[in-house]
Design a protein around this ligand. Structure first.
Ligand SMILES: [Fe+2]
Ligand SMILES: [Fe+2]
Length: 143
């Protein structure tokens, strides 16, 4: 099946755990797309959506910890973007659980795909130059 969100090297931050998270988020959105494309049951879509919402939280926490650890100057602005998306995704997850037909899946997927792509290429890439590297050139995560 054709991929909805196509991964490319443009999305690489070269920070291992962050790239792994981003790939996972791409996969979660593509799984939702597949579920939608084959007209899967509403229950499965809701379940996949909840998994995405949970992973969004995991990733945002990890990234925020990293940015705090490096003293990233635009942290507050970045946090607002994360908070807005997390709130939206959790709201959608709740709606899909209780009233699956209430919001167009196509519109939501389009929104998520655009958000993810724009956020990684813009906001996430902006913190990459601030990463502190240890003597082996590995990013330093706060304890
Ligand atoms: Fe981010
Ligand atoms: Fe990110």
């Amino acid at each position: 099946m054709a991929k909805f969100l196509e991964w490319s090297d443009d999305y690489l931050t070269n920070i291992g755990p962050i790239d792994a998270d981003h790939r996972k988020l791409f996969k979660a959105v593509n799984d939702l797309y597949d579920s939608f494309a084959i007209d899967d049951t509403d229950a499965r879509f809701a379940e996949l959506f909840e998994m995405l919402a949970e992973y969004v939280d995991v990733h945002f926490s990890r990234e925020e910890e990293l940015m705090r650890g490096m003293g990233y100057p635009n942290l507050e602005e970045h946090l607002i973007g994360h908070q807005e998306l997390a709130t939206t995704v959790h709201e959608y997850a709740k709606i899909y659980r209780s009233d699956p037909g209430a919001i167009s899946r196509k519109e939501v997927l389009k929104f998520l795909g655009n958000w993810l792509s724009k956020h990684i290429l813009g906001s996430d890439m902006a913190y990459v130059p601030y990463i502190k590297l240890d003597h082996e050139n590995k990013p330093t995560f706060p304890k």
